[in-house]
Write a protein that binds this ligand. Structure first.
Ligand SMILES: [Zn+2]
Length: 88
């Protein structure tokens, strides 16, 4: 899958923070290496903070971790995933 086919999410951009949420609609999530993690869900006793698909509030679509290209102000977040050919 090339970067062009991925959904770009600027994880520190205010508009994208409002648009992309955890499946329960929270905005205080963070990416992890293979999943996402939501601080609000983690505080709920009955729910695991880890989640696997970002919810696009505009389209109601869900995006798995490998279907999004996460961008930070200093460049792509997914260095490991972008250079997977270097993986043993
Ligand atoms: Zn949440």
């Amino acid at each position: 899958m090339s970067a062009d086919e991925k959904k770009t999410v600027r994880i520190e951009d205010e508009n994208d923070r409002w648009r992309f949420t955890c499946p329960r609609g929270h905005r205080d999530w963070e990416p992890t290496n293979h999943h996402f993690w939501c601080a609000t869900c983690a505080r709920a006793e009955t729910v695991d903070g880890v989640f696997h698909e970002l919810l696009d509030q505009r389209t109601d679509e869900l995006y798995a971790r490998d279907e999004v290209q996460l961008l930070t102000p200093v460049g792509p977040y997914d260095r490991d995933l972008d250079y997977r050919e270097t993986k043993a």
